[in-house]
Design a binder for this molecule. Structure first.
Ligand code: ATP
Length: 254
C-alpha cells in the first residue's frame, strides 16, 4: 500500500526551477531518502509536501487524499510530521513541555471546550501525558525531561525535536538533515533511533541527508535529484552505481 504519492511536481521561483517533474511513492513502513547536491531542490520538495510551498503543477496524495492547497497545519493534522534542518523548539521550555506541545496538535479541545468538558479534557490530558512519557522512554530522554531545551547539548536538542514530531503520532515522518552538525557519536545514536522508529513503530519516513554513509545504510530506496530534476530512484546499491548520480553527486563529493 502507498502512503504518499507524488506525481510530476513542478515548482519555480522567478524562473529558477526548484522542482522539475519529480514523482515518487512511499510505501507502508518504508524509509525513503532524497539526495542531491546543495540547491538540488530537496528542501523545496519537503516544503511542497508540508504545504509551505504550492507547486505550479503536479499532485501530492497522502493516504488517499489530495494535499495541494491545504495549509501546513491541516497537513500536520492529517499525520505528516517534520523535523527541521535547524532545531525549531521552544528553547525556554522544558523537554517535557516541548513534547506536550507536539502532542497537543492532537487534542481536540480548545480552552472553552476544555472547561465545558472538564472530565473528557482531563482524560485526554492524562492520555497525552502517558504518550509523551513513552516517547521520553523510547528516545532515552529521562535525564533531561525537566530541563530547559535551550541549554541542552545540540544532539539532545535534535532528539527532542524528533520526540516532538513523534508526539504528534504521525503517519509519515519527514526528517530534514537529522544529523547535520552532529559529531560521530551523536550521528550513530540518531541512526539507531531512526532504525528503532522504523522497526518498533513501523512508521514510514522520508529522509533528506547529506551524510551519504547514513543514507546508504538506512534507506530502503533513494531518489536522487539535481537542479530539481529526478536523476534516478532505486535501492541504495542501484543509486551507488548509477552513472548519472555518480556524475552529479557522488562524483562531486569524492
Ligand atoms: N523561497 C525561495 N525563493 C527563491 N528561490 C528558492 C526558494 N526556496 C528555494 N529556492 C531555490 O530553489 C532551488 C532549490 O533549493 P532547495 O533549498 O530546495 O535545495 P536543497 O537541495 O534543499 O539544498 P541544500 O542541500 O543546500 O539544503 C535553489 O536554487 C534555491 O535557491
Amino acid at each position: 500500500m502507498t502512503v504518499l504519492s507524488v506525481r510530476d511536481v513542478h515548482l519555480a521561483f522567478a524562473g529558477v526551477k526548484a522542482i522539475d517533474g519529480v514523482s515518487f511513492d512511499v510505501g507502508v513502513g518504508e524509509l525513503f531518502a532524497i539526495i542531491g547536491p546543495n540547491g538540488a531542490g530537496k528542501t523545496s520538495i519537503f516544503n511542497v509536501l508540508s504545504g509551505i510551498y504550492r507547486p505550479q503543477s503536479g499532485t501530492v496524495t497522502f493516504l488517499g487524499e489530495d494535499l495541494i492547497g491545504l495549509k501546513p497545519h491541516r497537513i500536520a493534522a492529517r499525520g505528516m510530521a517534520r523535523t527541521f534542518q535547524n532545531v525549531e523548539l521552544f528553547a525556554g521550555l522544558t523537554v517535557l513541555d516541548n513534547l506536550m506541545l507536539g502532542r497537543h496538535q492532537h487534542t481536540r479541545y480548545g480552552p472553552l471546550a476544555a472547561m465545558a468538558w472538564l472530565g473528557r479534557a482531563r482524560r485526554a490530558e492524562l492520555a497525552a501525558r502517558a504518550a509523551v512519557e513513552e516517547i521520553i522512554d523510547f528516545l532515552e530522554l529521562e535525564q533531561w525531561r525537566k530541563q530547559v531545551v535551550g541549554l541542552l547539548p545540540y544532539g539532545v536538542q535534535k532528539r527532542v525535536e524528533l520526540g516532538r514530531a513523534l508526539a504528534m503520532e504521525p503517519k509519515l515522518l519527514l526528517l530534514d538533515e537529522p544529523v547535520a552538525g552532529m559529531n560521530l557519536e551523536e550521528t550513530e545514536d540518531t541512526a539507531r533511533y531512526i532504525l528503532d522508529i522504523r522497526q518498533e513503530l513501523g512508521l514510514p519516513m522520508i529522509l533528506v541527508e547529506h551524510d551519504m554513509g547514513l543514507v546508504m545504510d538506512l534507506a530502503d530506496r533513494i531518489l536522487a535529484v539535481d537542479f530539481g530534476v529526478p536523476l534516478a530512484t532505486g535501492a541504495p546499491e542501484e543509486i551507488r552505481r548509477d552513472p548519472e548520480v555518480i556524475r552529479a553527486y557522488l562524483g562531486e563529493a569524492s
